[in-house]
Design a binder for this molecule. Structure first.
Ligand code: ZN
Length: 144
């Protein structure tokens, strides 16, 4: 069994054997870690690739620096990423740097969490929530 994962740094597709998921697998193109217990800042192009390709759940936090609740949730999002290391990947997309994201994902308010699994959006949540709430929200999203 192997998982397909897009590198969140360069967008390149990688295949990772399931028994290597916990062993710090790296991108064959740029060497970035494919699985890590912290959120990765990504571009809109990389998000498009990852949401289409990834076979592990992908959670994206759409945020902006001017948004107080976004900044409040950031450490909670990072804690949830640590808790779910190897089970889901966490990414952050700056909606100021990528304003097209708001239209593409129908963003009405931030912070907005969107979970993707095997090419489909499985769930979204708007508004800041705590790390345990993120973990349980995502577990429900994945049907676990
Ligand atoms: Zn890469």
């Amino acid at each position: 069994m192997a998982f397909k994962l897009a590198c969140l740094a360069c967008g390149q597709g990688n295949r990772v054997a399931d028994d290597k998921l916990g062993a710090g697998p790296k991108c064959g193109t740029c060497g970035a870690k494919l699985v890590k217990g912290e959120p990765t800042e990504i571009s809109l192009d990389t998000l498009k690739k990852a949401q289409a390709l990834d076979e592990l759940p992908l959670v994206v936090d759409l945020w902006a620096a001017w948004c107080g609740p976004c900044r409040m949730m950031a450490p909670e999002f990072a804690k949830a990423a640590k808790t779910l290391e190897g089970k889901a990947r966490f990414a952050k997309l700056d909606t100021e740097a990528y304003p097209q994201a708001s239209q593409r994902y129908g963003v009405r308010g931030i912070p907005l969490l969107i979970a993707f699994s095997e090419g489909r959006e499985t769930k979204r949540h708007s508004g800041a929530i705590s790390a345990p709430q993120i973990v349980s929200w995502l577990s429900n999203a994945a049907g676990a």
